[in-house]
Ligand binder design. Sequence first.
Ligand SMILES: [Zn+2]
Length: 261
Amino acid sequence: MLIDTHCHLDAREFDADRDDLMRCAESAGIVAIVVPAIERANFGAVASICRDYAGCAPAYGIHPMYVDQALPEDLDVLRATLMREPAVAVGEIGLDRHVSPRDDERQLYYFRAQLSIARELSLPVLLHVRRAIDPILHELRRIQPPGGIAHAFNGSLEQAREFTRLGFKLGLGGAVTHERAQKLRALAKALPRDAIVLETDAPDIPPAWRTHKRTEPADLLPIAETLAKLRGEPLTDFCAATSANALSVLPRLATFINPFS
Ligand SMILES: [Zn+2]
């Protein structure tokens, strides 16, 4: 049993063969996939895909790389969507201090507002933390949303500890499958097992076997195999533990588990 805590299944890259990919994911033992939105314009697509495919669970939010086209009223639409739809989290939200050009103030405005919505609605958050871990931790300590996941985590053990103290799990995915990612692989070995959740971030963050290609949902199984081997743990134990971690931090996800996988 595997849970993908971060997959952009609504992405255009999957339009031609989404049915096939979902069948492959089911055969790989994936029982649930969290599908985070990135802006108001794709809330509808995320909702309808999660209605169409068993095991898919939506999250709604405005991604830091999409705040330039966002409007303050989108936050009202977000709140209304979260109250109407059976969402498992607010996401994907966060800060990105890598993209350029960027407007840090604008990113902060939308990030803070969405953390407050998460707190108000008692929903966990899915965080995009690229080159922005410390400013994100600062906002989490201040606004105190009810936990969540730091997706594609690539920070220090110290920062990981601070996230877990605040009720977060760390999302690990395709990046750890690259031999050259030595720092990240050392971290993936050192993290306590109850801190880890798995993700593909499909179609992004290609694992070692997909260079210059799209990442697919079924890639979660070889990602889990890589991590279990790296940590010296039996695969089934590692999959069961990380799935339990995902369910503990995203309690509403339990209602989305696909019983046919
Ligand atoms: Zn993402």
